[in-house]
Write a protein that binds this ligand. Structure first.
Ligand SMILES: Cc1ncc(COP(=O)(O)O)c(C=O)c1O
Length: 288
C-alpha cells in the first residue's frame, strides 16, 4: 500500500485522509470507481480508464469534478508519489459528496468527493498462470446497470465470497441461461478453435482488458465472435478465461467441479497470454 493518497485536491498520508460519515458513498454507495494497473511507472490504458470513469459519472449523473487533463495530472502525480512500489494498482472513486441523508440528489452546490490511492499490483503468479484456476457458477443477482462501474458492490461482494467459501478463484454468473461475467472479471470462452465473448450490454462491465483481448485477437488473426454465450456453450467450452486489469488473463480449468477441456490451460490461452504480455511490455517497459 502506498502511503500517499489523494483526497479532494490534496496529496496527503493515508492516515490523515478522512471523510465525513454523511458522505453519500458511505450512506448509499452513491459513487463510481476505477482500477488502473501501472507497470514500471506507466499507467496501462490510462485514457480508456478515464473515458470509462466519465461514462460511469454521466450514467449516474454525478458532475465530473476534474477535466481529462486534470485527471491525468493527478493520477501521474499519485504514481510518482508512490514510486517506491514497483508495479501499482491505482484505485480511484468519486461519490456524490456530503449532504444530509436523503436519497434524492443534493443541491448542485455539493461537491463530489474524489479519492485515489495506490496499492501494490498483485498480478497472478507464474504458477497460477501455468496451472489455471477453478471457478463456480451462480445466478447473476445484480441490477440492470452493470455497465456502470458503481461502488455499490454488495451483490458482487456476496458472489465473490461464494467463490472464497468454495475455495475457488471466481464466481461466473449466468442470467436467464446466458453468460454475463465474473464477480470482478470478464469471461471469454473457446469453442471449436474460436474465441467467443459476450457482447457489451447493461449486464456486464465493459472491461478495459476485454477490449485489449478482442483487439489482440483481431490484429493477430485469431478467429473470434462477439455474441451471446449460452450456459450450454459455457459448460461445453474447450477453454474458459477470465480477464481484468489486475488478474490480466487466467485460465479456468474447472467449472463447478467439472474439468474444462483437458483440465489445463489450453493452447489459445497460452497464445493470448503471450500476446498480452508482449503488448503490455512493448508499451510499458520501454522507459524507466
Ligand atoms: C464486474 C467486473 N467485470 C469486469 C471487470 C474487468 O474490467 P477491467 O478489465 O477494466 O479491469 C471488472 C474489474 O474489476 C469487474 O469488477
Amino acid at each position: 500500500m502506498g502511503d500517499t493518497v489523494y483526497l479532494n485536491g490534496a496529496f496527503l498520508p493515508l492516515a490523515q485522509a478522512t471523510i465525513p460519515v454523511l458522505d453519500r458513498g458511505f450512506m448509499f454507495g452513491d459513487g463510481v470507481y476505477e482500477v488502473i494497473p501501472v507497470y514500471n511507472g506507466q499507467a496501462f490504458r490510462l485514457d480508456e480508464h478515464i473515458q470509462r470513469l466519465q461514462a460511469s459519472l454521466a450514467a449516474v449523473r454525478i458532475r465530473n469534478p476534474l477535466t481529462t487533463v486534470a485527471w491525468r495530472a493527478m493520477l501521474l502525480q499519485l504514481i510518482a508519489e508512490n514510486k517506491a512500489l514497483q508495479d501499482q494498482s491505482l484505485y480511484l472513486q468519486v461519490t456524490r459528496g456530503v449532504a444530509p441523508r436523503d436519497q434524492a440528489f443534493p443541491p448542485a452546490s455539493v461537491a463530489p468527493t474524489v479519492f485515489a490511492m495506490s496499492m501494490t499490483l498483485q498480478t497472478p503468479s507464474t504458477a497460477l498462470v501455468q496451472s489455471g484456476v477453478a471457478a463456480i457458477t451462480a445466478l447473476d443477482i445484480r441490477w440492470d446497470r452493470c455497465n456502470i462501474k458503481a461502488i455499490s458492490l454488495l451483490a458482487n461482494v456476496l458472489l465473490r465470497q461464494q467463490a472464497v467459501d468454495e475455495a475457488v478463484a471466481e464466481t461466473i454468473m449466468l442470467r436467464e441461461g446466458w453468460l454475463t461475467e465474473g464477480s470482478s472479471t470478464n469471461v471469454f470462452v473457446v469453442a471449436q478453435d474460436k474465441l467467443l465473448a459476450p457482447p457489451k450490454s447493461q449486464h456486464m462491465l465493459t472491461g478495459v482488458t476485454y477490449d485489449v483481448i478482442l483487439e489482440l485477437a483481431a490484429s493477430h488473426g485469431i478467429a473470434h465472435l462477439v455474441a451471446p454465450v449460452s450456459e450450454a456453450q459455457l459448460r461445453s467450452a474447450d477453454e474458459i478465461w477470465i480477464t481484468s486489469s489486475t488478474k490480466e488473463i487466467l485460465a479456468i480449468i474447472s467449472l463447478d467441479g467439472q474439468s474444462v477441456g483437458q483440465g489445463q490451460p489450453g493452447p489459445l490461452f497460452q497464445r493470448m497470454y503471450a500476446l498480452y504480455q508482449d503488448f503490455k511490455n512493448q508499451y510499458m517497459r520501454h522507459t524507466r
